[in-house]
Design a protein around this ligand. Structure first.
Ligand SMILES: NCc1[nH]cc(CCC(=O)O)c1CC(=O)O
Length: 419
């Protein structure tokens, strides 16, 4: 085998600077040097039947550099007639050589079946644009029906509702959240009637109904968010949504013990089929800005750091996931999405439950802003972000891009049948 190798004549300038190579006269390599190279070749990334683990390649990459020049083989070996060729058995590019090849072993896919479309609703006759979320609206009843019809025809089978509640219905205990004639239960009933197969998901938290703009009830004497009394309200809210026909209730409040309490309340009332999607690792994030503007739900004082998680932490997510499992959550969520891929991956590795990622309003706004400036290609960057969330371990994704992404995916699938 050693005789097959000789040093190629025109040494590359870069290769010359490599210690081993530069000491070798191009045309007069001595047998011992070939032997040395063969030895390296066998020991390292070039060895027969190599199953080169990443670690192995990393460990030997120094050797690879040194051997790089010596591995240049002679003889016309390329179509262009160049005599420059590397003796490498492992060429990862072979697996990327065409669309058919790449398609055959692609590890991650995403489709409309993985999407939940978040929808803003209000009690008005117009669709009101949301300034920091171009393409999203606070939808009227008619607007909502049209939107859902469109989404349904594109393959989307799940929506989550976020209501904009007028100020005169907001109170410090958020009691409007369990009014059976409130905007959410009314909308759930309407959607379930028109689209029986659609999964209708409701958000469980007080912030849209709370005059303090917090997810829980505020103790006026010290500004603290009262955990247990809030949970009592959340149970009533979940029961109200279940009675209206919600398929999944989704507590986004981050109070302690709410999953177990809501499960018990639902079961006690006979709603054993209503699922709970828990906002498990929900971070105190600045990426929620556009959403709060959309619902006018900014906290009136302070911030949400005593209940939402510190962006610096991941171990807390494990505690939340463990509690959610014990307390009866059917699925868990990480929120926001792209800045928290490590959290998704950690929970994927540690929880058996299906995992959702929420690509939140701020993530949407950033992409839209860059696209509006001509700085990013919307289709490509959106699809890349969705694939990244799935690759990290998300089973499904709440995304404001659900509709355009579903259309692009349908186009891609169609094109894949034709090339
Ligand atoms: N409980 C409220 C809630 N549910 C979903 C979001 C944010 C979603 C988004 O930014 O797209 C928020 C905002 C918040 O916690 O302040």
């Amino acid at each position: 085998m050693g005789t097959r190798f000789c040093i190629a004549s025109p040494a590359l300038p870069a290769a010359r600077s490599i210690a081993v190579a530069s000491s070798v006269s191009p045309l007069a390599a001595k047998p011992s040097q070939f032997d040395e190279f063969e030895g390296l070749r066998k020991k390292t990334f070039l060895h027969d039947g190599a199953v080169a683990s990443r670690q192995f390649v990393a460990q030997t990459s120094g050797i690879k550099m040194q051997a790089g020049h010596a591995s240049v083989v002679s003889g016309p070996s390329s179509a262009r007639g160049s005599s420059y060729a590397l003796a490498m058995r492992r060429r990862p590019r072979r697996n990327r050589k065409g669309a058919a090849m790449r398609g055959m072993y692609r590890e991650t896919t995403v489709g409309p079946e993985n999407f939940i479309l978040p929808l803003f609703i209000h009690d008005g006759d117009d669709n009101q644009p949301i300034s920091a979320m171009p393409g999203c609206f606070r939808l009227s009843r008619e607007g909502l029906l049209k939107e859902v019809e469109g989404a349904y025809s594109e393959g989307i089978r799940a929506v989550v509702l976020f209501p904009k509640v007028p100020d005169n219905l907001k109170t410090s205990d958020g009691a409007e959240c369990f009014n059976p004639d409130g905007i959410v239960p009314r909308t759930v009933r309407m959607l379930k009637e028109k689209f029986p197969e659609l999964l209708v998901i409701t958000d469980i938290a007080l912030d849209p109904y709370n005059s303090d703009g917090h997810d829980g009830i505020v103790d006026k004497t010290n500004g603290k968010i009262i955990n247990d009394e809030t949970v009592e309200q959340l149970c009533k809210q979940a029961l109200c949504h279940a009675a209206a026909g919600a398929d999944i209730v989704s507590p986004s409040d981050m109070m302690d013990g709410r999953i177990g309490a809501i499960r018990d309340a639902l079961d006690g009332a006979g709603y054993t089929d209503v699922s709970i999607l828990s906002y498990c690792a929900k971070y105190a994030s600045a990426y929620y800005g556009p959403f709060r503007t959309a619902l006018d739900s900014d906290p009136r004082f302070g911030d949400k750091t005593t209940y939402q998680m510190d962006p610096a932490n991941v171990r807390e997510a494990l505690i939340e996931a463990e509690l959610d499992l014990e307390e009866g959550a059917d699925m868990i969520m990480v929120k926001p999405g792209l800045p928290y891929l490590d959290v998704i991956k950690t929970l994927r590795e540690n929880s058996p439950l299906p995992i959702a990622a929420y690509q939140v309003s701020g993530e949407y706004a950033m992409i839209k802003a860059a696209v509006a400036n001509g700085w990013l290609d919307e289709r490509k960057v959106v699809m890349e972000s969705l694939i990244a969330l799935r690759r990290a371990g998300a089973d499904f994704i709440l995304t404001y891009f659900a509709r355009p992404a579903s259309r692009w995916i349908a186009e891609d699938r169609e094109a894949a049948r034709k090339y």
